[in-house]
Write a protein that binds this ligand. Structure first.
Ligand code: SAH
Length: 355
């Protein structure tokens, strides 16, 4: 497994490697097109690449291909949740959602997660490892091939913290939007973070038109700290000023994600506090009824409380949406399908009970 993953290489690096192997530079365009536009799963499918070169590619490179281990289709809205097997035996999950504006894939960035958010299933067993750019891309590629429908939008909101795997994230975004690949506009891409300030600032400097989503979940540091350990390191003031900087450098409006948990963060006074917090920030708030996670003992707010919470924000002039609950019947929330799969396999570790 030490062979370089060919799908993770940038166009320039692929060209350099091929020229280094004595090939003509134009071969890079051909190979890149097979990998990133035609989405082949085998070197032998590269029709216009000479057989001798295909053999050399097999010797030099690994080709990341994800195998669907389990697919769940929501009867409510057609959302599909894929559990993919990786070459090393790990499994990750990705979600396909169909909207009126196109098809969207929710991509995982790590196997597991070390951020320790109290309501999230992905983090219960900690971080296993980072995903490579190729493994992140393959989630989009395989789902497009399996559904036969063009993917137009990508959200990096699956398991893992994208800014904890910064280099892979950047490689992924560059390949995803490459004109010789799927050429997905970065305006249609959202990256969601729990609030790693250095990551937000570094990402702001990349100058990409990506939408940044911040997982807020609390209207003050106290509540936020009780739900998200990362808030101990980066208080709201710092996180929000990094978001402001992101807007300043990219001109992109931010999204603030706020999962409503009964009796924890869903009171009208917290809604007022949230409104005051985000008002100066050119963003919109996305309210998510929390997906209950059995191990965590958190319950979703009632419909009335959710509507009241939304009304306070609207009255304060904040743009706010309630996220459609896509695929709740198929364990749509972060890490839930992987977790139930691993439980079935009998390979779960003891629950650390909140990191
Ligand atoms: N690490 C990144 C992205 C992954 S999670 C982040 O924290 O933003 C994508 C979103 O789903 C985050 O806002 C996360 O807090 C939220 N989330 C995780 N588990 C959830 C659950 N059980 N119910 C509702 N939202 C959840």
């Amino acid at each position: 497994m030490d062979r370089m993953d060919i799908k993770s290489l940038s166009y320039e690096d692929l060209e350099r490697r091929l020229v280094g192997m004595g090939e003509r530079a134009f071969r890079a365009g051909q190979v890149f097109g097979w990998l990133h536009e035609k989405l082949v799963t085998d070197f032998d499918q590269m029709g216009n690449v000479p057989a001798a070169l295909r053999e050399r590619l097999k010797e030099e490179f690994a080709l990341t291909v994800l195998e669907p281990v389990e697919v769940k289709v929501s009867r409510v809205d057609g959302t599909r949740k894929y559990l993919f097997g990786l070459a090393d035996g790990n499994v990750i999950e990705s979600v396909w959602m169909k909207y009126h504006h196109g098809c969207s894939v929710c991509v995982s960035s790590q196997v597991g997660c070390r951020m320790g958010c109290a309501f999230c299933a992905s983090t219960i067993e900690g971080l296993e490892r980072n995903l490579t750019p190729g493994e992140m891309l393959e989630q989009v590629y395989r789902i497009q091939s399996l559904t036969g429908e063009r993917v137009s939008h990508v959200v990096v909101m699956g398991s893992g913290e994208p800014f904890d795997n910064y280099d892979s994230l950047m490689g992924f975004l560059r390949l995803l939007s490459h004109e010789k690949g799927l050429n997905i506009s970065l305006r249609n891409v959202t990256v969601s973070t729990c609030g790693l300030v250095p990551g937000i600032l570094r990402f702001a400097g990349e100058g990409l038109p990506v939408t940044l989503a911040l997982s807020l979940h609390g209207s003050n540091d106290e509540v936020r700290r009780s739900l998200m350990p990362v808030a101990n390191k980066y208080p709201l003031e710092e996180v929000l000023s990094a978001c402001q900087e992101y807007f300043r450098q990219t001109g992109r409006r931010l999204t603030f994600e706020y999962s409503l948990i009964k009796g924890v963060n869903d009171s009208p006074s917290q809604a007022r506090e949230l409104a005051a917090l985000v008002a100066p920030l050119h963003g919109h708030v996305n309210l998510i009824p929390v997906n209950p996670v059995e191990e965590r003992g958190y319950h979703s707010s009632g419909k009335k409380d959710i509507q009241a919470f939304q009304a306070v924000l609207t009255k304060a002039g904040i743009a706010v949406t309630i996220r459609r609950e896509m695929g709740r019947d198929i364990q749509g929330a972060c890490g839930q399908l992987r977790r139930s799969f691993r439980k079935k396999q009998g390979c779960q570790k003891a629950d650390p009970g909140g990191v």
